[in-house]
Design a protein around this ligand. Structure first.
Ligand code: ATP
Ligand code: MG
Length: 573
C-alpha cells in the first residue's frame, strides 16, 4: 500500500495485508454443505433470502448477512429473495422498509423484484394454523402470559401442561376464528403448538404461534388483529418461497428443532436452516434496539450520523460499498461468536480509497509562509496528478504564489533528529512545486510560530528540477489568496470500550466517547475541493481520506474524515 508521508517516518507496516495471502482458499462450512447437496441432488437449486425485520436501519452486521446470502446465491447460480419479516405491527414502519431497500442496493445487490413480506402470507399462515388444529397439534389457550411462562418450567425442570391443552378440534377452530374476528381482548387468548411440555428444548414446550394485538400493521392496516409469532412465520415463509438455505445467526440454533417440527407437521417445502456466527465489530454496537436508543436519546445526530455503524452512517462517513463487501469477505463465516477489530474494516476502506480517491491539498491547522523572492502579483498554476495509483485519473492545476499556508505541525523551532520538515535554516520540498528554505520566523506571545519566511529555488520545480538541492521532506500547502475555508469533521470511535455491551449489568451508554466528534471550523483547501459535488471522496495529502458532506453550503464546504492514512490503532492497545 502506498504511504503518503514522503520522507516522514512510516510506522505503518500493514501486517493486516498479510491476511490476504494467508486467506484460506478452502470452502466455508456453508459452501461445503451446498456443494455436497449440488453433487447429490439432481436439479438442486441454491435459493437464499435476506429477511430483515423493518424495525430499524441496517447495520454492519446485516451487511455481513446480505453479502453472505446474495454472495452464496451468486456463486452457485442461485437466487436471493428480499423478505421483510414484518409480523410485529408495534415496531415496524414504512420508513425502515425504504431505508433497507436503499442500503441493500447501495451495497451492490439486487433482489430482481423478488420482494416479499411475511405479512403477505398472513392468510396462508392462518390456514397452516387451522391445519395444525385439525391435526390436534395446536390449541387455543386462555392462560395469561405469566401462567404460560410458569407452565413452561425451566431448563432444569420439565414444564406442566396447560388446562386448555385438550380442547376439541371444533372448539379450537371456533375460538381461533373468533380470535381473528376480534371478539377477544389482547392477551386473553393465544394459539399454541401442542408439542412436548417435557422437552429438554424449551422452544418445544408448546410455543405460542399467534397472539391477539389490536394494532394497525404498516401494510395490512386493520385487516388482522391476530399476528403470528416470529417462529411460526419465519420458517413457513421460507417454505412458501421454497428457500433451500435459510441462513441465520447462532441464537436461532435452538429454534431449529421447532423450525423442522413445523415443516414436518405441515408437510411443506423442507427449507434447511443453517446457523452462522453474528458479526461483532470492536467499538461498534450491532443491535437495532441499542442503535434506536442512541438516536432517540440524542447521543448521535440520527441514523445516518457518520459515527453510527449503520449502513446509512457508514455511507455518509464515506465508506465505499466495495470496502464493506471486502471486509465481510475477509471476516469469513464462523461457527462461534468472535470480535472483529475495527482496524480491519478501516484497512479495507483505506485500500479501496487508495485506488480510487483523488488527491488534494488541505491544511487543517494553517500557518502562513511568505516566500520572499516571489513577486506579490505572481501566480503560477502547477500540474498536480490526481492519483498516482491510477494513470487514468488525470491531473489538475493548483495555484502557487508568494504566500502559502502549511500545517503548523510542519514547522519546529528546535526539531529532533529525524524531523524532515521545516524549521530555522531548513529545506523542504512543497508537493507539486518547489524547494523552499526557511531563513526567518515570527513567534506569537505563546511562543507558537505565527509567520514563516522562506526563499524558493526557481530551478527546483517538481518534474524539472535542475537545482541539485536535496530536500528530505515534502509538505502539502495551499496558496493563501486561492484558499477556500472548509469545515472538517474528525470522527473517533463512538465508544471508549471495544465491547460496550459486554457487561450486561452496565449501561452501554456509559461508554460513549465524549470526544467522538471534533470539528475544525476553519481549515483551508485548494479551490477544486470547494467545487466538488457532495459525496466526492479525496485523499487530503498526508492527512487522510475525506468525503464532502451533505451539510456543505457554497460558503462552507464540509468534509468528513473517512479514515486516517495510517493505522491509528497501532500502539494504542
Ligand atoms: P438486531 O439484533 O440488530 O435487531 P436482528 O437479527 O433482530 O438484529 P433482523 O432484521 O431480524 O435483525 O436481521 C435480518 C438478518 O440479518 C437476519 O438473518 C439476522 O440473522 C441477520 N443479522 C442481524 N445481525 C447480524 C449480525 N450482527 N451479523 C450477521 N448477521 C446478522
Ligand atoms: Mg430478528
Amino acid at each position: 500500500m502506498e504511504w503518503d508521508c514522503w520522507g516522514l517516518e512510516c510506522p505503518n507496516e500493514c501486517n493486516i495485508a498479510g491476511m490476504e495471502e494467508s486467506k484460506k482458499l478452502s470452502l466455508n462450512f456453508i459452501e461445503e454443505i451446498i456443494e455436497q447437496d449440488l453433487a447429490e441432488k439432481t436439479g438442486w437449486k441454491v435459493h437464499t433470502r435476506f429477511p430483515p425485520e423493518p424495525n430499524g436501519y441496517l447495520h454492519i452486521g446485516h451487511a455481513k448477512s446480505i453479502c453472505l446470502n446474495f454472495g452464496i446465491a451468486e456463486k452457485y447460480g442461485g437466487l436471493t429473495n428480499l423478505r421483510f419479516d414484518d409480523t410485529n405491527p408495534t415496531t415496524e414502519e414504512t420508513e425502515y422498509v425504504e431505508s433497507i431497500k436503499k442500503d441493500i442496493r447501495w451495497l451492490g445487490f439486487d433482489w430482481e423484484g423478488r420482494e416479499f413480506y411475511a405479512s403477505d402470507y398472513f392468510e396462508i399462515l392462518y390456514e397452516y394454523a387451522q391445519k395444525l388444529i385439525r391435526k390436534r397439534l395446536a390449541y387455543v389457550d386462555d392462560s395469561t402470559s405469566d401462567e404460560i411462562a410458569e407452565q413452561k418450567g425451566s431448563p432444569t425442570s420439565s414444564g406442566i401442561e396447560s388446562p386448555y391443552r385438550n380442547r376439541s378440534v371444533e372448539e379450537n377452530l371456533d375460538l381461533f376464528s373468533r380470535m381473528r374476528a376480534g371478539e377477544f381482548e389482547d392477551g386473553s387468548k393465544v394459539l399454541r403448538a401442542k408439542i412436548d411440555m417435557a422437552s429438554p428444548n424449551m422452544h418445544l414446550r408448546d410455543p405460542v404461534m399467534y397472539r391477539i394485538k389490536k394494532e394497525s400493521h404498516h401494510r395490512t392496516g386493520d385487516a388482522w388483529c391476530i399476528y403470528p409469532m416470529y417462529d411460526f412465520a419465519h420458517g413457513q415463509s421460507d417454505s412458501i418461497e421454497e428457500i433451500t438455505y435459510s441462513l441465520c445467526t447462532l441464537e436461532f440454533e435452538n429454534h431449529r428443532p421447532l423450525y423442522d417440527w413445523y415443516i414436518e407437521a405441515l408437510d411443506i417445502f423442507p427449507s434447511r436452516q443453517i446457523e452462522f456466527a453474528r458479526l461483532n465489530v470492536s467499538h461498534m454496537v450491532t443491535s437495532k434496539r441499542k442503535l434506536l436508543q442512541l438516536v432517540e436519546g440524542g447521543h448521535v445526530k440520527g441514523w445516518d450520523d457518520p459515527r453510527m455503524p449503520t449502513i446509512a452512517g457508514l455511507r455518509r462517513r464515506g465508506y465505499t460499498p466495495a470496502s464493506i463487501r471486502t471486509f465481510c469477505d475477509k471476516v469469513g463465516i464462523a461457527k462461534r461468536e468472535n470480535l472483529i477489530e475495527m482496524a480491519l474494516l478501516e484497512f479495507c476502506v483505506r485500500e479501496d480509497l487508495n485506488q480510487t480517491a483523488s488527491r488534494a491539498m488541505a491544511v487543517l491547522d494553517p500557518v502562513k509562509v511568505i516566500i520572499e523572492n516571489i513577486d506579490p502579483e505572481h501566480v503560477e498554476w502547477l500540474k498536480a496528478e490526481n492519483n498516482p495509483e491510477d494513470p487514468d485519473a488525470g491531473s489538475r492545476e493548483v495555484p502557487f504564489s508568494r504566500e502559502i499556508f502549511i500545517e503548523r505541525s510542519d514547522w519546529m523551532l528546535d526539531p529532533p533528529k529525524k524531523y524532515f520538515r521545516l524549521g530555522p535554516d531548513r529545506t523542504v520540498r512543497l508537493k507539486h512545486a518547489y524547494i523552499i528554505h526557511c531563513h526567518d520566523h515570527k513567534l506569537n506571545a505563546n511562543g507558537n510560530v505565527s509567520e514563516i519566511r522562506c526563499t524558493y529555488y526557481p530551478d527546483s520545480k517538481s518534474g524539472s528540477d535542475t537545482s541539485g538541492i536535496k530536500a528530505k521532506g515534502t509538505l502539502h500547502w495551499v496558496s493563501t489568496s486561492h484558499a477556500r475555508s472548509v469545515e472538517v469533521r474528525h470522527y473517533h470511535t463512538l465508544f471508549t470500550e471495544p465491547e460496550p455491551t459486554r457487561d450486561e449489568d452496565k449501561d452501554f451508554l456509559e461508554f460513549l466517547n465524549p470526544d467522538s466528534l471534533t470539528v475544525i471550523p476553519s481549515a483551508v483547501a485548494e479551490p477544486a475541493l470547494a467545487a466538488a459535488p457532495v459525496g466526492s471522496r479525496f485523499q487530503f495529502l498526508r492527512k487522510g481520506y475525506y468525503i464532502k458532506d451533505q451539510d456543505s453550503t457554497d460558503d462552507c464546504p464540509v468534509f468528513n474524515l473517512i479514515v486516517e492514512l495510517r493505522d491509528s490503532w497501532k500502539g494504542k492497545k
